[in-house]
Design a protein around this ligand. Sequence first.
Ligand code: PXG
Length: 290
Amino acid sequence: MRIYLNGKLVDKDKAVISVFDHGLLYGDGVFEGIRSYDSLIFKLEEHIDRLYRSAEAIELNIPMTKADMTKAVIETLKSNGLKDAYIRLVVTRGVGDLGLDPRKCKVPTVFIITDKISLYPKEFYRDGLAIITAKTKRNLTAALNPKIKSLNYLNNILAKIDAIKAGTEEAIMLTYDDYVAECTGDNIFMIFAGTLITPPTDVGALEGITRDAVIGLAKDAGISFEEKMIKIEDLYNADEVFLTGTAAEIIPVTMIDKRRISGGRPGEITRRLMEEFKSITKTSGVKYEL
Ligand code: PXG
């Protein structure tokens, strides 16, 4: 496996970074998770734009242009011969000293890993997922805004541990005042009386690329859509609930906190959106030749 590291493609064993890198010492950095489907990189431009927005939000200057970053992603995919891939882009503050002063880090570290994608079990899509409400609350937007896809993912990891302890794969994260924000690695949607509803990202959620794509699909299909603050009880009473994310795509949720949602079966609108989503992953994206 070849890894892009600071301008070079190097062998996996040679892809090492310093223990003084602030990405490691402080989680000071940003990342992206992208997918390619049969040599088409899904929403590449949107992911690159979000990476640069995240970097800007932490005042990290990425030392290459978006065009060069795009080229680097494609080169890495090609050198690994991957048609269907998971792409992880990481930019850290770089090597500094043991203090947290980012001014000591002169050169950001950039690396790109492309690997085979490990898919969720088919049953999740067929039967739906059981999830819980995390005990861990969402970070305050004024403290560390969850819109920033930073390397500091401990808030999400603590909620993921809540999920694992409850025997589930995902957990809903609530804001300090108990509004639904999102899950640990996925955005959340519900259908109520035919309307598709998701919380505004301003409550403390990532501006998911899959989220945006699904909103677009719903609009095209004439499904009414609303961004609205919701509480956990609204999800319990929803007709359908699903999660969206690059790895998950669209996953139906059929149980929340041991309560059955949509009769314990994936709902009709969810299934329709899942099909529409599959079709756009096959027909849109940035093409590359191996
Ligand atoms: N919320 C959070 C907190 C995320 O980390 C999403 C929502 C969905 O965003 P996108 O843009 O992917 O629709 C994410 C993204 C993984 C993995 O390996 C997780 C994500 C993306 C790719 C891989 O668990 N989360």
